[in-house]
Design a protein around this ligand. Structure first.
Ligand code: SF4
Length: 413
């Protein structure tokens, strides 16, 4: 896919402050773990980060590290180490590549920041709202590092969210408090939690604004840019630096909108990406679509870090709502309604469904949804097979042929 040609991807200048912010975050994490200046919590990507920050923990997200292993293409070499100790090649390749990274001592954090390894935790806190794999991953590390593992089990397949759902999740958040007080050495402070939740909410509004700016025609940003620029919303929500970053990025996008400067030159077709990114192929995918005047303008994946439920006077209820109303834990009916709305908001010409072999949870093509939605909306779609991290499960040729067939279908219409 055009490796030798000059790239046609338009870089955003906000990438520089974002890299600096991410560097500062990782350095703080490493300093805490190596000097003991602060306690370190590992948290699943949509786990209770606000609660942990309110206790003064610096927070590491192993799935973020998993994505780094994918985008640096280290994952395919590391996964076999996890398979060798009994983790199937069919389960989450974030899990297997992260375990492989630990077992072999290889991490992109060494090359990028000179760290000895991934900063070690004082506690691991999960939320199963995404899948069981995150709990299994944390329990493996808990045994390996002899550290406590605590967490929240969230209902799944939820249609309308009821007070019963929320009460169950609120109760589980509150049940974490005694353990977190003990491990952090700090008393729980509701005002500090309120501030953190409010900061996280402002970050969410900033991130949502950035994503919705892609509804402009032409779009000032692509899904492939989003996967990079979502970093602060993932790892620094609840920290005001993340809020500020999205003001910077949004201002740059507004300049592009005002000057009719699309992320893809002469944008003709607009796509929605449903499912995980193929982390090791972001650049190739971005170039393929751009070279066909096609812009992937939106995705469920990047939308999943919009946590509007946090807007609650009661921070526990806000966290429970935000982390229970995620797309990934919802019913097929909800998913159909949601994607219908997205098609309208972004004026979508076609859907791309990624059937990621090791992530059934984020592969929404397996129960007839593309066919149903395709019929209802009369919007063409393609389903391609691949994976988030394990490139051995992805065929470049097949994916390219399928993407181009979708584009040709639209060109012929
Ligand atoms: S949702 Fe998918 S990619 Fe994310 S941790 Fe679970 S199995 Fe892995």
């Amino acid at each position: 896919m055009g490796d030798k040609k000059p790239s046609i991807i338009k870089k955003l200048s906000s990438a520089k402050p974002m890299r600096e912010l991410m560097g500062a975050y990782f350095n703080e994490l490493n300093e805490a773990a190596t000097t003991g200046s602060a306690k370190v919590a590992w948290c699943t990507s949509v786990g209770p980060a606000e609660l942990l920050r309110a206790f003064g923990f610096v927070v590491h997200f192993p799935e973020n590290h998993g994505a780094m292993l994918g985008s640096t293409r280290m994952a395919p070499e590391l996964i076999p180490a996890a398979n060798a100790i009994g983790y199937s090649p069919d389960i989450c390749s974030y899990l297997t590549s992260d375990v492989g990274s630990y077992l072999t001592g290889q991490t992109p954090l060494k090359k990028a920041y000179g760290f000895e390894g991934v900063p070690k935790p004082d506690v691991l806190v999960y939320n199963t709202n995404q899948c069981r794999d995150v709990k299994d991953l944390f329990e493996w590390y808990g045994r390996e590092l002899d550290k406590p593992v605590i967490g929240i089990d969230t209902p799944r397949g939820v249609d309308e969210i009821t007070q019963d759902h929320l009460d169950a999740v609120i109760g589980q958040h509150k049940a974490l408090l005694p353990a977190l007080e003990k491990i952090s050495g700090q008393r729980f402070d509701i005002d500090r939690l309120r501030e953190t939740v409010q900061s996280s909410y402002r970050c969410t509004l900033g991130w949502k604004k950035v994503l919705r700016q892609a509804a402009s025609k032409p779009s000032p940003i692509t899904f492939f840019d989003d996967t990079i620029h979502m970093g602060p919303a993932v790892v620094l929500r609840g920290d005001e630096r993340a809020e500020k970053y999205y003001e910077t990025l949004s201002a740059e996008l507004q300049e592009r909108i005002d000057s009719d400067n699309g992320a893809v030159d002469d944008e003709r077709f607009r796509f929605y990406w449903e499912g995980m990114p193929v982390w090791g192929k972001l650049r190739e995918h971005a170039e393929l679509f751009a070279s066909n005047q096609a812009c992937v303008v939106a995705s469920t994946y990047c939308n999943s870090w919009i946590f509007e439920g946090l807007a609650a006077d009661d921070p526990f209820e806000g966290m429970a709502r935000a982390y229970t109303e995620l797309f990934i834990v919802r019913s097929e009916g909800f998913k159909t309604r949601y994607l219908t709305e997205m098609a309208e908001v972004y004026e979508i010409d076609g859907f791309i469904y990624h059937d990621a072999k090791t992530c059934p949870n984020n592969s929404n093509n397996r129960y007839g949804l593309p066919q149903r939605l395709g019929r209802e909306l009369s919007i063409p779609y393609v389903v391609f097979n691949g994976d988030l991290n394990d490139l051995r499960l992805y065929s470049e040729e097949q994916a390219r042929t399928q993407f181009e067939a979708l584009i040709e279908q639209l060109q012929a219409a």
